[in-house]
Design a protein around this ligand. Structure first.
Ligand SMILES: [Zn+2]
Ligand SMILES: [Zn+2]
Length: 288
């Protein structure tokens, strides 16, 4: 038993260390695309006297969009890392006292039943789960994410989703911006004296392949999370939801989205904390 505890501890420690490497991977991904797109291709094209006005406007659009998306992506990323996912208040007690009302505990199929965390020695509010990597219970826990070195839960799920979303858009922009460069190159219209050398070509090609891979894999991940948000369900609850019909947390698509992103649609894509009126956290506070 002691051996298995040790393995779990080692595993958690390894995941924490891996998280530090992930920051470098994310920053490296931005830099890998930044160099060919802004530094070698579209940045110089903005000041090139010999290109058509259409190409000049396109270059300004690509460089401006790249900066805006990279800023939103990194902002969402660090917000997901630095925001506490939401922990159980010390004085939390379930609505129904399980000692007075033991049948409340008996219906194991009801996700709203009072549950007790033996590791934290605390009652858990609905949708709360214990994370063995963080060593704490997390409100509306979605999963522990190695990329953000943090649990994704009630308070930082919006930032996590926006990180996926803006990374997807940045990768898509990079793929679309590098495509015409490759077609020009392979048609022989771009050569060494026009600013292309083998090293730049290699970096551009690497950025293209990495961005394409991110674009495709993030697309599937984003579709999965959009379906979960629309149904007011977390990754952990995905299988539970299949058994429980109707799903008790489903308030309709609009309200489900507002619960994650807030009621102001202007701020849906900006990684700022949503208004708390419609969140589980507020419900929890009102009940106590
Ligand atoms: Zn716990
Ligand atoms: Zn965690």
């Amino acid at each position: 038993m002691a051996g298995s505890d040790c393995n779990v501890f080692q595993f958690c420690k390894c995941l924490r260390l891996l998280g530090n490497v992930m920051i470098l991977v994310v920053l490296g991904l931005v830099a890998l695309s930044y160099y060919p797109i802004v530094v070698t291709i579209y940045g110089p094209a903005m000041f090139d006297q010999n290109i058509s006005p259409v190409k000049e406007v396109a270059a300004i659009f690509v460089v401006a969009s790249f900066h805006v998306l990279a800023a939103l992506m990194l902002w969402s990323y660090f917000a997901a890392i630095l925001t506490c996912p939401g922990h159980v208040p010390d004085d939390f007690r379930p609505d129904v006292d399980p000692e007075e009302n033991p049948e409340a505990m008996s219906d194991k199929s009801d996700p709203r039943r009072p549950r007790f965390c033996r590791k934290c020695q605390k009652w858990k509010p609905e949708r709360t789960h214990h994370c063995s990597i963080c060593g704490r219970c997390v409100l509306k826990m979605d999963h522990h994410c190695v990329w953000v070195m943090n649990c994704v839960g009630e308070r930082n799920y919006k930032f996590f989703f926006l990180f996926l979303w803006h990374t997807f858009l940045l990768s898509l922009l990079s793929v679309l911006a590098l495509l015409p460069y490759f077609s020009e190159f392979f048609k022989g219209e771009r050569n060494a004296d026009k600013g292309s050398n083998p090293a730049q070509l290699a970096v551009s090609f690497m950025a293209f392949v990495v961005d394409l891979a991110f674009c495709l894999s993030l697309f599937g991940f984003i579709v999965m999370h959009l379906k979960l948000i629309a149904a007011n369900c977390t990754t952990i609850e995905m299988f539970e939801k299949e058994r429980i019909k109707p799903w008790p947390y489903d308030k309709g698509v609009k309200k489900n989205f507002e619960e994650v992103f807030g009621t102001s649609k202007l701020l849906w894509f900006v990684p700022v904390q949503r208004d708390q009126a419609c969140t589980n956290e507020e419900r929890l506070r009102l009940r106590m």
